[in-house]
Write a protein that binds this ligand. Structure first.
Ligand SMILES: [Zn+2]
Length: 487
């Protein structure tokens, strides 16, 4: 009885040891089936792709879909892609040529090569796996990482970090084919972001196992699909682009460094905090007993820098409110440090769910203050007109919404006592040669100010603030009016 019990007790350990020993070579076996079977040749195939991307949309999480097709040549050391995009009846072509340490990109509608950074070169290795995992599998095999774990679902999992992105291979231990890849990277506003590439519809061509369907799952349930066809072998890879003599990779600083700021006291108790690296600015209103901040751009580092400036402006006054101008990154990206400090977030109901997502998103890959010390999100909804006041100073928050022709949660901040209106990104008033002719969004700004009957003297725009765009970020209502009446 004792012996039987002892054997039963030890059996799971033997099984685990055997599975681990067997699966420790899963990467090599997968490499044999999906890479070595190339036998020095080049793989060439057609693809059709449906791709989605988030954009500066009217509502959060809206996507633009593009359908592309093209041909790819790939071997162990190089990857080339000639991509065709049809838009509004016009055909556009883009090309990529990649090998380890070198990346050439000719974008759509251009004959010039793109300026390429070290980060882009390194990231391209796992981006090629959207179409074929050959180069990535070979890279993993050469790096020879030990198996990270064996999942209960029969997957041998391997992990490497490629330029701050954690890349994991999931290899089935039943047939040693690659089932999926996950790429986890950090998004400044949305936090940890994992893309999952799922490989299916495997077909063996002369011993090389090729997944003919690849689904790529992204944030918020968005999914790209790639279908392969007409795969064949050629003796050598044909280059899509040739390296120019002037080829240089742009080196990037090892870290971002300190966020630069300067404070502009534009009116009594009204401050603009310029953030030149973000080509943007935040606004701070000083009430008798508290501060209100709006338009903290892009990321938590900017939010922290703005909070530091608030201490310089009024060391003893708490930041009671952070007000959301609209849900785009230049207005909302720096909100998390304000949640961490316990500020009440003033927002429209249209952006409340998105704000909750941003507040609750994991930032484990680059922890910010809210990740390190979670705090509850406190919100207060903005009505068609909400007034923040201490009895002497009033800030009016006007809901504009779809009338902005930009975002459905858009609001204006209006200070009646100073005749100043603050808004995110609606106008393009030229610095030189007069204000220029207004576009639709700029006309919408003018029309809304008129329809709300606001007595505006000065308009502050929060993005863009850099000279490179050739537009003003602080301008008079008269200049706006001149751009509307100009033919
Ligand atoms: Zn915007």
């Amino acid at each position: 009885m004792f012996c039987i019990r002892f054997v039963v007790f030890l059996l799971p350990f033997f099984l685990v040891a055997e599975v681990q020993g067997y699966s420790a070579g899963a990467l090599q076996l997968c490499h044999q089936r999906q890479v070595e079977a190339l036998r020095g040749r080049c793989l060439s195939f057609n693809y059709r792709e449906s791709r989605y991307r988030f954009y500066h949309s009217a509502e959060p999480w809206q996507t633009i879909n593009s359908r592309r097709h093209g041909r790819i040549n790939c071997d162990l050391s190089s990857f080339s892609k000639i991509d065709t995009l049809v838009r509004r009846g016009k055909i556009h072509q883009a090309k990529i040529q990649f090998s380890v340490g070198e990346l050439l990109i000719q974008p759509y509608r251009s004959q010039q090569l793109l300026d390429v950074s070290r980060k882009m070169v390194e990231e391209q290795l796992y981006k090629t796996a959207r179409y074929t995992p050959i180069m990535l599998l070979d890279y993993f095999n050469r790096q020879a990482p030990t198996v990270d774990s064996i999942s209960m679902a029969g997957m041998a999992i391997y992990e490497l970090t490629i330029h701050h992105t954690i890349v994991k291979l999931f290899i089935r231990t039943s047939d040693f084919l690659l089932a999926r890849i996950t790429c986890s990277s950090y998004h400044d506003m949305l936090g940890d972001e994992t893309h999952t590439y799922r490989f299916s519809d495997y077909r063996a061509i002369e011993g090389l196992h090729i997944a003919h369907t690849i689904h790529i799952g992204k944030l918020h349930g968005v999914q790209d699909t790639i279908a392969l066809a007409a795969a064949e072998f050629t003796a050598s890879a044909q280059a899509a682009l040739t390296r120019p003599e002037s080829y240089l990779i742009r080196e990037e600083p090892a870290c971002r460094g300190e966020v630069l700021t300067d404070i502009w006291n534009i009116a009594d108790r009204v401050y603009l905090i310029n953030l030149p690296q973000a080509k943007s600015r935040a606004g701070v209103i000083e009430f008798d007993e508290f501060l209100l901040v709006f338009e903290a751009p892009l990321n938590s580092a900017n939010g922290e820098a703005i909070i530091k400036c608030c201490r310089d402006i009024a060391p003893d006054k708490p930041i009671r409110y952070y007000a959301v101008g609209h849900h785009h990154p230049w207005s909302l990206g720096g909100v998390r440090p304000f949640i961490h400090r316990g500020a009440t977030i003033l927002c429209r109901k249209e952006s409340l769910d998105y704000l909750r997502y941003i507040a609750g998103a994991s930032h484990s890959l680059q922890p910010d203050s809210l990740e390190l010390q979670p705090m509850p999100l406190r919100t207060q909804l903005v009505d068609s007109l909400s007034i923040i006041t201490d009895g002497s100073l009033e800030l009016h928050i006007h809901f504009v919404g779809a009338a902005s022709l930009h975002a459905n949660d858009y609001v204006y901040f209006y200070l009646p006592s100073a005749g100043i209106l603050f808004q995110g990104d609606q106008a393009w008033i030229r610095r030189l040669d007069g204000p220029g002719t207004a576009g639709k969004r700029q006309k919408a700004l003018y029309d809304t100010i008129r329809s709300l009957r606001l007595d505006v003297d000065t308009i502050v725009q929060h993005w863009p603030t850099a000279d490179s765009y050739g537009v003003k970020s602080v301008f008079s209502f008269r200049e706006l009016e001149a751009s509307i009446t100009k033919e």
